[in-house]
Design a protein around this ligand. Structure first.
Ligand SMILES: NC(=O)C1=CN([C@@H]2O[C@H](COP(=O)(O)OP(=O)(O)OC[C@H]3O[C@@H](n4cnc5c(N)ncnc54)[C@H](OP(=O)(O)O)[C@@H]3O)[C@@H](O)[C@H]2O)C=CC1
Ligand SMILES: O=CC(=O)O
Length: 324
């Protein structure tokens, strides 16, 4: 069977593929592939281990006629046309759980960075422009005892809630479509409606998957209903936030600051006004980027490919209808 790995992955995962007899062709140069290039690479490929968030849409899926399985090295699968994959009987797997702690760490990091204005003048230090200790400058907001609102309290949201509770005894409120009773028990999380999430939170952290329902849910209207002192953290997907409305809300002082690990599009344009705002911290989508986590993600994806190779169900299947 022909296997393609779309970017470099840790050796541990390549070893798993080899151990089970899959001799993968790896994009060893780690070149960014356009969709056309990926289609070209996958012309006679049976199994794809896909790294990154390039669109695996109808055109891609229908163009790669030999595909019998796609293992994503990500938990999010909003970039895959699952309906077409299922119709073509291509099982698709993801990597839930193993990246929750690392991604929650980045949300926590952003929450602290923005609330303490940690990076707003870091460049001044580097450029020799920092002149003096200022008693009344760079004043941040303390997180202790504040209210953390989580939009999408699932695996990652719960990890963040645990950290926020342990470190700062934050009050946790959340909004999902359904209640998360485990979180209510573990961190005393309180289920609220969307309006209350907006109006009661000191920090709102987004951890939903991207869907038609969640796309642009954080827009002009939402920002107006948030506290003027509120901080927005997004480690979910760029499109959950209406970026133009966010820029306006920050410019008008409708919210206090924002910490973003994701944007729309990615990479963010260097001319994006968010990058010039001292109350905004932007990271290059590094949520799961630790040696430990990326290794576990890649190994999980490799094991899913092995299952597909052996015509067994993939363990972390996201379109299980394919097996009906
Ligand atoms: N920055 C990064 O590097 C990373 C980003 N991510 C992003 O984080 C996302 C979440 O991952 P994970 O925690 O594992 O996923 P989970 O499925 O565990 O959690 C998603 C949560 O979102 C809620 N949700 C879904 N739809 C809605 C809606 N319409 N309104 C309100 N809540 C909703 C779900 O609850 P319910 O179904 O009850 O509504 C669930 O609690 C991923 O999909 C990915 O996009 C993930 C990893 C790394
Ligand atoms: O964004 C990363 C993911 O795993 O999803």
């Amino acid at each position: 069977m022909k296997v393609f790995v779309s970017r470099n992955i840790p050796t541990a995962a390549i070893d798993v593929l080899k151990e089970y007899g899959l001799d993968a062709h790896i994009n060893v140069d780690n070149k960014h592939l356009t969709q056309d290039q990926l289609i070209q690479e996958c012309q006679d490929v049976d199994l794809l281990l896909n790294v990154g968030h390039a669109d695996l849409d109808k055109h891609f899926l229908e163009s790669c006629k030999h595909l019998k399985g796609i293992a994503l090295a990500s938990v999010g699968y909003d970039h895959v046309d699952l309906q077409t994959a299922t119709a073509l009987r291509i099982p698709v797997s993801n990597t839930p759980g193993v990246l929750s702690g690392a991604t929650a760490d980045v949300a926590f990091l952003l929450m602290l960075a923005v609330s303490r204005k940690a990076f707003s003048r870091a460049h001044e230090v580097r450029e020799g422009k920092w002149k003096d200790f200022e008693f009344m400058q760079d004043l941040g907001i303390e997180l202790n005892g504040k209210t953390l609102g989580i939009y999408g309290l699932g695996r990652i949201g719960l990890e963040l809630a645990k950290k926020a509770k342990a470190a700062y005894n934050m009050n946790i409120i959340y909004y999902n479509r359904s209640r998360n009773l485990e979180a209510e028990k573990l961190v005393d999380a309180r289920y609220v409606n969307f309006d209350d999430l907006l109006s009661q939170s000191d920090v709102i952290s987004l951890h939903t998957n991207l869907s038609a329902e969640t796309q642009y849910r954080f827009n002009k209207d939402a920002f107006r209903r948030m506290k003027k002192s509120a901080i927005l953290i997004n480690t979910a997907r760029g499109k959950v936030v209406h970026e133009k409305d966010l820029i306006e809300a920050l410019q008008l002082g409708e919210i206090w600051g924002a910490g973003l690990d994701v944007s729309n599009p990615e990479p963010m344009s260097p001319s994006n006004p968010l990058l010039d705002m001292p109350n905004v911290c932007v990271l290059p989508h590094i949520g799961s980027a630790t040696i430990e986590t990326r290794t576990q993600m890649a190994v999980m994806a490799a094991n899913n490919l092995i299952a597909a190779k052996n015509s067994n169900p993939m363990m972390q299947i996201v379109n299980k209808e394919v097996y009906l």
